[in-house]
Write a protein that binds this ligand. Structure first.
Ligand code: CO
Length: 171
């Protein structure tokens, strides 16, 4: 296992669309376990491929932070089948350090994804799990949570975001 570097806003990979995964091999298993370790070291509740500079459609969610009896889980080629309701809650992102804002998202979602073995699974998620899934799926499409904010919210965060963008687009 290894802790991977997490890229920050300003890095072009965060704005790219990740590619479908078609090889369910030991390399994918290694990537998933490295991503889980990375997420846990940085105290994130989720982490997407783009954030470790890998443009593949994979993200991990630490369900242990939602319910201590649950383990982290890997989602391959995830997609949303249906959305319902709406909820507002504060979000942050390991790629946008020290920035938090309320984001409105669907409260319940039906999803489909593949496991590390390539098995196709359908699942219903709600509350925090539904929110994290939507946030991480956005990453795979080059979308960040700040894209969902109102113009007033964006205006208030602008100085902070500008600083981060400038610092990170140079590396
Ligand atoms: Co994020």
């Amino acid at each position: 296992m290894a802790v991977l570097p997490v890229i920050k806003i300003g890095h072009p990979t965060l704005r790219k669309k990740a590619d479908e995964i078609d090889k369910f091999d030991s390399e994918l298993n290694q990537l998933a376990s490295d991503m889980i370790e990375t997420m846990q070291v940085y105290n994130g509740i989720g982490l997407a491929g783009n954030q470790v500079n890998v443009l593949k459609r994979i993200f991990v969610i630490d369900f242990g932070l939602i319910d201590e009896n649950l383990s982290p889980k890997s989602y391959i080629n995830p997609r949303i089948l249906s959305l319902s309701g709406s909820a507002l809650r504060e979000e942050g992102c390991l790629s946008i350090p020290d920035v938090n804002a309320d984001v409105e998202r669907a409260a319940r979602i039906e999803v489909e994804y593949q496991t590390l073995d390539g098995e196709l699974v359908q699942e219903e998620l709600e509350e925090l799990a539904a929110r994290v899934f939507q946030h991480e799926l956005d990453h795979l499409n080059g979308v960040l949570f700040i894209d969902h904010l109102s113009s007033l919210q964006k205006k208030m965060l602008e100085p902070q975001l500008k600083k981060l963008m400038e610092a990170n687009s140079l590396v």
